[in-house]
Design a protein around this ligand. Structure first.
Ligand code: EPZ
Length: 419
């Protein structure tokens, strides 16, 4: 079993380059099946397990997937042979549900097994289904798979009941070639939603308003392949910013869009860290004791739920009491049990974690209970006294490219071992 072994105590110093955004890439790859001619060449793709999973799913559908290098994929979806995506890879990950939207848009039918993903709460897809039905598709769920079918798709006005990244992207993809205009309201505004819209527009779609509350999509006849580069990962960047503050280091995080990181920067400044923005970099340093703060997660531009767990590690060693209210997922404090093994003082009441800062954490064997929980445990290991062993790290590999190499380059004592 692979584990991460960390000997804590080193302040992180130096510079780290952020990879392409996982949650943009995992939607852009399924959307590549929309191209009925010409290849898509997609750059700045993170080298993570979720992407490898999608490569296998694309190949299973009949796409030719050519890895130009670790971060660039060429996808030829011209000769797709099946609209059935029912494999272990599809079941394992969340983003496989974007194949429902993309296959529906191009072939007017699809059968896709229900998606998996991090165990962070109930993860319904009712808003995706509501959108597909409004576009004219018949949707059935049988034997653990979603089947969609339509004679033709037509534009519609859809008001989402909840702000959902997945539903916004999936229905936007499905509507690209629907007859007429589709209006999506109460949509997610995350940077990756905008990135997917930009990718679709580069393929020839007509999408306006991504990043605002209303997205308008004028259906086009067909989409073609294109060259595209994925935006930098807001969450990976936030994780390194928090790690820099937690270890009282001095880290410059490069290849970022500082605007996407404003809510994280603001919280770190409130904690007492120094955050300096460059054009495409952010430097985080610490010159005084850090203090507890309150955090409430919210859809973009609010504080991202995906950075909440790493933030809880930082707040476990800041002075005084902090509250973290998780307003997106009902079960995203599970990792606090692992932090408690390391000496953190945390009480969870419903969606709120009450954290009383302690002087230091101590290393021990802990689990990565999900992807971002894994990042939280890595940061905990970096600041703890002694050795921390993290198990179940396949969760971390799903979303963080080469995490141990990046932290080691910043001076951390971290290695991967088969134990
Ligand atoms: C995306 O998940 C991300 N995953 C998640 O990141 C992230 O936590 C989440 O957005 C919120 O930012 C991917 O992009 C692959 P949602 P998604 O639909 O799309 C409710 C990570 O760590 N909802 O925005 O599945 C839902 O229960 C992962 O990288 C419905 O009620 O999230 C939740 O409370 C974990 N019905 C809220 O909306 C629906 O049909 C937001 O979910 C869909 C969602």
């Amino acid at each position: 079993m692979e584990t991460l072994i960390i000997n804590g105590g080193n302040a992180l110093r130096g510079s780290v380059e952020i990879n392409g955004a996982k949650n943009a890439a995992v939607a852009i790859l399924p959307a590549a099946v929309l191209a009925s001619n010409q290849k898509c060449i997609i750059d700045n793709i993170p080298d993570i397990e979720d992407v490898h999973c999608l490569e296998r799913i694309l190949a299973g559908l009949g796409c030719t997937v050519n890895k130009i290098n670790n971060n660039t994929l060429e996808i030829d979806a011209t000769d797709i042979t099946t609209v059935n995506a029912c494999t272990e890879d599809v079941r394992r990950m969340r983003a496989s549900y974007y194949f429902i939207g993309s296959l529906l848009a191009r072939f007017k039918k699809a059968r896709v097994e229900l998606p998996g993903g991090c165990p962070i709460g109930v993860r319904p897809i009712d808003q995706h289904i509501k959108g597909f039905e409004a576009l004219g598709a018949k949707v059935t769920i049988e034997h653990g798979a979603v089947s969609v079918e339509a004679d033709e798709l037509h534009g519609a006005s859809i008001f989402f009941d909840v702000v959902s990244v997945g539903a916004t992207i999936n229905v936007m993809i499905a509507a690209t070639m629907a007859e007429g205009t589709t209006t999506l309201e109460n949509v997610a505004k995350e940077p990756h939603v905008v990135d997917v819209a930009n990718f679709l527009n580069t393929m020839g779609a007509d999408i306006k308003g991504a990043g605002t509350d209303v997205i308008r999509i004028k259906g086009v006849e067909s989409l073609t392949g294109c060259n595209y580069s994925v935006i930098p990962d807001q969450i990976e960047a936030g994780t390194f910013m928090i790690a820099a503050a937690a270890t009282k280091g001095d880290v410059t995080i490069t290849n970022v869009i500082p605007k996407h990181l404003e809510s994280i920067s603001a919280k770190l400044i409130e904690v007492g860290a120094i955050v300096e923005e460059g054009d495409d970099s952010i430097r985080v340093t610490v010159d005084k004791p850090l203090k507890g703060v309150n955090v409430k997660t919210a859809p973009y531009p609010g504080f991202p739920t995906d950075v909440q767990q790493p933030m809880s590690t930082l707040l476990s060693i800041t002075e005084g009491r902090s509250l973290i209210v998780e307003s997106i997922w009902e079960n995203r404090h599970k990792h606090t049990d692992e932090l408690k093994k390391m000496g953190a003082v945390i009480k969870v009441e419903g969606r709120t974690a009450i954290i009383d800062g302690v002087e230091s954490l101590t290393g021990c064997r802990v689990r990565a209970t999900d992807l971002r929980a894994g990042a939280a445990m890595v940061i905990a290991g970096l600041i703890a006294n002694g050795e921390t062993e993290i198990v179940d790290i396949e969760h971390i590999d799903r979303g963080y490219p080469h995490i141990e190499n990046k932290f080691r380059a910043l001076g951390a004592d971290i290695r991967r071992e088969d134990r």
